[in-house]
Design a binder for this molecule. Structure first.
Ligand SMILES: Cc1cc2nc3c(=O)[nH]c(=O)nc-3n(C[C@H](O)[C@H](O)[C@H](O)COP(=O)(O)OP(=O)(O)OC[C@H]3O[C@@H](n4cnc5c(N)ncnc54)[C@H](O)[C@@H]3O)c2cc1C
Length: 180
């Protein structure tokens, strides 16, 4: 196969930071918020024009099963913070946090109507095999984009949208940066 050499070129160093995250999906957003809140100078790079990855653009807008059969929420942290903030904007629906609800409650109906009942409404041996909605939140993906922008900005992370990470800059065994 014939090959062509690309000429070497100077690339501008746009920013220096303690933490650089490529990808603004749920994983990247949470990492950026956590790092920035800890005081690290943080840059979040996302290729598209919005945050949230699969949870917004992919319309995978259900944050599932924060508890199992013990009827107690087990997962909190940033997930819970996002749900609370989205609820304050009337953009998240979930059954109650601690106990779940029978599938007649408004939020349960929303889950059923979103065609996700098979996943989140289960027969629970702890209540005699009756059906119960596990603590799960359905979020409005458009409002979520906006809310994640706010959370990243409030944390003090530097957000670069429409920016594609192309290659890590590795020295020895250490990643020192990223071309984008
Ligand atoms: C069909 C399907 C159904 C699912 N259902 C559910 C569900 O109901 N509930 C649930 O909780 N989870 C569900 N998941 C899993 C959930 O979507 C993932 O666990 C979650 O999205 C992972 O988050 P992430 O941030 O790692 O990746 P992603 O959400 O994929 O985010 C990656 C981000 O990185 C960006 N990116 C990628 N490459 C680059 C690059 N080179 N430069 C810059 N940016 C880049 C992307 O644009 C994107 O914003 C489902 C997944 C699939 C595929």
């Amino acid at each position: 196969m014939r090959m062509i050499s690309e000429p070497a070129r100077e690339i501008k160093v746009l920013k220096e930071a303690d933490v650089v995250i490529v990808g603004g999906g749920p994983g990247g957003v949470a990492s950026a918020i956590a790092a920035a809140r800890m005081g690290a100078k943080t840059v979040l790079i996302e290729r598209y024009g919005y945050l949230g990855g699969m949870a917004t653009g992919g319309l995978i807008n259900i944050f599932p099963q924060y508890e199992r059969h013990q009827r107690k929420a087990r997962i909190f942290g940033l997930n819970q913070e996002i749900i609370d903030r989205m609820k304050a904007r009337n953009a998240a629906f979930s059954p109650t946090r601690k106990t779940g609800e029978p599938p007649t409650e408004k939020s349960s109906i929303i889950i059923w109507n979103a065609n996700m009942g098979w996943f989140y409404v289960r027969k629970d041996p702890n209540i005699g095999g009756r059906e119960r909605v596990h603590y799960t939140a359905v979020l409005d993906p458009e409002v979520l984009k906006d809310e994640l922008n706010d959370m990243v900005a409030e944390a003090g992370a530097d957000l670069l949208l429409h920016s594609w990470g192309t290659r890590p800059i590795v020295e020895g065994n250490t990643v020192k940066g990223v071309f984008f």
